[in-house]
Design a protein around this ligand. Structure first.
Ligand code: UDP
Length: 411
């Protein structure tokens, strides 16, 4: 359901919403394109699904397009994704050819839209090469990186960099991901929509029903990790942490996830997770459909503790979502999780299953501390990671780009 901007006033404040109208004024009528590789599954789709309608409501003629490829294209881009997050894998010439051909043929399909746009935001590596095939660009193109590029496998970054160099500018979540490039680089962390099905308040009947639907015991603590089934999310490490902690506290574990249409590895990881979990009726591995937003919301609310034990993480919207529900998060000490989990304040940063188990045990035995951290986590999200802040930063950047040669911008 589309939201009206006014509805954000009670959560974000009137001044914040007014400022959005003010910033959007000089951009009205502008044709803006966002382009990524999937309409559902994963954080990028989640963000665009919320951001694009609000930009439209503010008067920007905004379109969300998705690059489409055959299965080998996604095998290539998943390999690229893994390598850019540090896996030492090389991508063979055949797969790179598929990548280049898909970008070329998708450029043929989308060229009119892209070249005529006043501003284009290309998200992540999958469609990064489109720029090469669109030489008559009317407006600036910006590459928006959502992944943890702090220690990329060099040959793959070197390859991608050739395309990224052609962009007018790039946007990153945090400084440590940014790479040497000659063009301007901007930092904009992601956000959640507090009014979406995934994040809005739910009544207690719905929460009670969730225990029944998934055969959960309301009297024993629940640990939760919500993630695509992806090795970098370390679901096996989560199971290990749960097993270690369960020696000291009664526990149930939910691993809830789905697969994204641009992620061909999900099935295999899910099989490993099911093997690792087999024989323990207190581990609930839930394969959810892509629109299970309310279910995820309810699970995050009934959980006592939320884990996001990633080994690499661009940002981790699931961390923000849990914090918004007043849950401290035990998160991997990596990437964008570090921006959200302020160690010992809004959760704990951990590097091993043992470390995670130690923190699980500590928080479940110290409920006062758990609740206090949960409240701090909520406030931190309210100040820093809501959609309204994200939109403000996008609009500010766009005003800057649209008035590039001006010394002074009247709003
Ligand atoms: N998500 C979902 N269903 C799932 C798994 C994840 O809707 O089965 C959502 C999750 O709630 C979050 C987003 O997908 O909003 C994942 O974003 P995140 O930044 O945590 O990770 P990514 O998948 O982008 O690496």
């Amino acid at each position: 359901m589309e939201r009206r901007l006014e509805e954000y006033i009670p959560v974000a404040g009137k001044d914040v919403v007014n400022q959005l109208y003010q910033l959007a004024e000089p951009l009205k009528g502008m044709r803006v394109v966002h382009l990524n590789s999937t309409r559902e599954g994963g954080g990028v789709a989640e963000i665009l699904d919320r951001l694009v309608p609000l930009k439209r409501e503010l008067g920007l003629d905004t379109v969300w397009e998705v690059i489409q490829g055959e299965p080998p294209f996604y095998v290539c881009t998943k390999g690229m994704h893994n390598a850019l997050q540090g896996d030492p894998v090389d991508i063979g010439p055949d797969l790179l050819r598929v990548y280049e051909e898909t970008n070329r043929s998708e450029a043929d399909r989308l060229r009119g839209l892209l070249e005529d746009a006043d501003m284009v935001f290309i998200h992540d590596p999958q469609p990064a090469q489109l720029i090469t095939h669109c030489p008559r660009r009317k407006g600036p193109w910006v590459w928006r990186c959502h992944i943890d590029l702090s220690r990329p496998h060099r040959p793959v970054w070197k390859y991608l960099r050739r395309h990224v160099k052609a962009y007018y500018a790039s946007i990153w979540h945090i400084p440590s991901f940014a790479q040497p490039l000659e063009r301007p680089q901007y930092l904009i962390p992601p956000s959640i929509d507090p009014l979406s099905e995934k994040n809005r308040d739910l009544n207690s009947d719905e929460l009670q029903a969730t225990y029944r639907t998934y055969a959960l015991d309301p009297d024993r603590p629940i640990l939760l990790q919500v993630s695509r089934f992806d090795r970098f999310k370390d679901p096996i490490g989560v199971i290990q942490a749960y097993r270690l902690a369960k020696r000291f506290v009664p526990l149930q574990l939910i691993l809830a996830g789905g697969t994204a249409s641009d992620d061909p590895e999900g099935r295999l990881v899910l099989e490993h997770v099911r093997d690792a979990a087999s024989g323990d009726p207190d581990i609930h591995v839930l394969l959810l459909p892509p629109d299970a937003h309310r279910t995820i919301n309810a699970l995050q609310r009934i959980a006592d503790l939320v884990l996001q034990k990633s080994l690499k993480e661009g940002f981790g919207l699931t961390v923000t979502e849990a914090m918004w529900k007043q849950k401290p998060v035990i998160g991997g000490d990596v990437g964008g999780i570090r921006l959200q989990v302020v160690n010992h304040h809004t959760g704990f940063l951990v590097s091993t299953p043992e470390g995670a188990a130690h923190r699980i045990r500590y928080l479940l035995k110290n409920r006062g501390r758990l609740n206090d951290m949960g409240r701090k986590a909520y406030r931190f999200v309210q100040e820093s990671f809501l959609l309204t802040r994200h939109l403000r930063e996008y609009l500010t950047l766009m005003v800057g780009l649209a008035h590039n040669s001006h010394d002074r911008i009247e709003l």
